[in-house]
Design a protein around this ligand. Structure first.
Ligand code: SAH
Length: 216
C-alpha cells in the first residue's frame, strides 16, 4: 500500500473541509478530523483522485465509503463527549471509524464482509488508530461483551432497529441510524432516557447501502 500523503492531497483536503463547512457542519473538531485524515488511502489507489470530492464512492464487496458530509453529519448527531465508547455498525473502508478515533473516542466497529474487515483493520493500524477495535461479525447482534456503549452509529440503511443494539445502549445515550427499507432513508437519532424510554428525532433524507443480516 502506498501510504503517501502529499502536499497536493493536503490542499484538496482543505478545500473539502471548506465545502463540508459550507454545507452546514459547524463542529470544528469534526472539520479538523476531516482536514487531517488521508481519505485517499481509504479508496483503492486507482481512485485516489476521487477521495476529496464530497461524494460517496464504491469500495470492495459492492459497498460504499460514505460521503464526507454525511460522515460529518452523523458524527455531529452523536453529540460526542471525550472518551465516549462508540459502537459503529458497518466499518466499510474504516473512514468513519478514523474520524471517531481522531475525536478521541473508544471505537468498536463491526463489519460483515471479511475483505472489508481485513483491509480496514490493517489500514487503521498503519495510520496509528489504536483506539479502534474492529470485528468481523453481524452488527445486528452488536457486541454484548463490550456493552454498554455511550453512542451507537449505524452506517447502513436499517429497515428496523435491531433490539440487541437498543439493549446495548447506555441510558442517556444516542443511537444514530439511517432508517427505512426504501431507496432513501430518514436519519434518526434515538435517545434512551435514564428510565429506558426511547425518544426519536428525524433529520432529513439520506441514501445508504442496506444493513444485511448475517456474515457477507
Ligand atoms: N462506515 C463506512 C461506510 C460503509 S457502508 C465507511 O466509513 O466507509 C456500510 C457498511 O455496512 C458496508 O461495508 C456493509 O458491508 C456493512 N454492513 C451491512 N450490514 C451489516 C451488518 N449486519 N453488520 C455489519 N456490517 C454491515
Amino acid at each position: 500500500m502506498n501510504m503517501q500523503d502529499s502536499h497536493r492531497h493536503k490542499g484538496m483536503r482543505k478545500r473539502l473541509v471548506e465545502e463540508v463547512r459550507r454545507k452546514g457542519i459547524k463542529d470544528e473538531a469534526i472539520l479538523a478530523a476531516i482536514g487531517k485524515i488521508p481519505r485517499h488511502l481509504f479508496l483503492d489507489n486507482a481512485f485516489a483522485e476521487w477521495a476529496y470530492k464530497d461524494i460517496a464512492f464504491s469500495i470492495d464487496a459492492d459497498q460504499t465509503i460514505s460521503q464526507p458530509y454525511t460522515v460529518a453529519f452523523q458524527t455531529s448527531l452523536l453529540d460526542l463527549k471525550k472518551g465516549d465508547k462508540v459502537l459503529e455498525i458497518g466499518t466499510g473502508s474504516g473512514y468513519q471509524a478514523s474520524v471517531l478515533a481522531e475525536l478521541g473516542m473508544k471505537v468498536y466497529s463491526i463489519e460483515r464482509h471479511e475483505i472489508l474487515y481485513k483491509k480496514s483493520t490493517l489500514l487503521l493500524k498503519k495510520l496509528g488508530y489504536y483506539n479502534v477495535l474492529t470485528f468481523h461479525g453481524d452488527g445486528y447482534k452488536g457486541l454484548p461483551r463490550y456493552a454498554p456503549f455511550d453512542k451507537i452509529l449505524i452506517t447502513a440503511a436499517a429497515p428496523e432497529i435491531p433490539q440487541a443494539l437498543i439493549n446495548q445502549l447506555r441510558p442517556g445515550g444516542h443511537l444514530v441510524v439511517p432508517f427505512g427499507a426504501g431507496p432513501s432513508q430518514k436519519m434518526l437519532r434515538v435517545t434512551k432516557g435514564k428510565d429506558g424510554r426511547l425518544t426519536e428525532e428525524s433529520f432529513g433524507d439520506f441514501r445508504f447501502v442496506p444493513l444485511v443480516k448475517g456474515l457477507g
